[in-house]
Each structure stands twice: as C-alpha cells, then as structure tokens.
Design a protein around this ligand. Structure first.
Ligand code: AMP
Ligand code: ZN
Length: 116
C-alpha cells in the first residue's frame, strides 16, 4: 500500500467506491467519470505504478485482472468490450496505480480520438 495513492486507499476502503468485483489479487469498481454506459476499473491489490513496472515477479496480477475481466463480462452479459491501459502522461494516465479500464455499451470507433 502506498499511503498517498488514491487507488490504494480505495482498495483499503478508506475512500468509498462502487465495487463490482474483488478477489485475493484484484479489485474492480465503477469509474467515477464514465466514458461509456459500462466503465469499470480493474486494479491489482498491490501498488504497481504503471505498465512500465510489470515484471516476471508481479505479472501474475495482470493475468488475474484479465481473468476477472472475463468473469465480470460473462456475469453481466457484456458481449463486446474494450480494455484500455494508459501508461504515462502523454497517454493520459492520471492515477499512478496500474489499472485497466473496461469500457462497453456503445459502438466504439478506432483511432486517437475514438473514445473522446
Ligand atoms: P487514467 O486517466 O487512465 O489514469 O484513469 C484514471 C481513472 O480514474 C479516470 O477514468 C477517472 O475518472 C477515475 N477516477 C478518479 N478518481 C476516482 C474515484 N475516486 N473513483 C472512481 N474512479 C476514479
Ligand atoms: Zn496504489
């Protein structure tokens, strides 16, 4: 846990969130500013700043996140979805705790501005 990290505080329950999934490695909750009818964030329950810091030692968290995404999308009958990871400033990463956006419920274009 990083005491200054927003998502670590959400995982610890210090800041409220609308939880959609939890297991021993993964926590998922609704994005506070959704860009689509369904917009969830999947985060590892350990502090990893960003995709650049995924290593052989912690990549199991990423595997578990994708397993969780598959489970949640099946449970909620989400047929088609996009998974997004923003890494670094130019890509738009605003919270420095690794997270994957699950976005669904609308027709999505492809290209730089496709998700507005
Ligand atoms: P990114 O820009 O890829 O770093 O994504 C960070 C996401 O966190 C944004 O989509 C925000 O809307 C979302 N966010 C920020 N604060 C909260 C919060 N307290 N609860 C839920 N989502 C949040
Ligand atoms: Zn954190």
């Amino acid at each position: 846990m990083d005491k200054d990290c927003l998502f670590c505080k959400i995982i610890a329950g210090e800041i409220p969130s609308a939880k959609v999934y939890e297991d021993d490695a993964v926590f998922a909750f609704k994005d506070i500013s959704p860009i689509a009818p369904t917009h969830y964030l999947f985060v590892p329950k350990t502090h990893i700043c960003c995709a650049k810091k995924i290593t052989a030692e912690n990549s199991q968290y990423v595997a578990k996140i994708f397993e969780a995404i598959a489970k949640v999308s099946e449970q909620e009958n989400i047929e088609s979805y996009r998974v997004i990871n923003n890494c670094g400033e130019d890509a738009g990463q605003s919270v420095m705790h690794l997270h994957f956006h699950l976005v669904a419920g609308k027709k999505m274009g492809w290209g730089e501005q496709s998700l507005g």
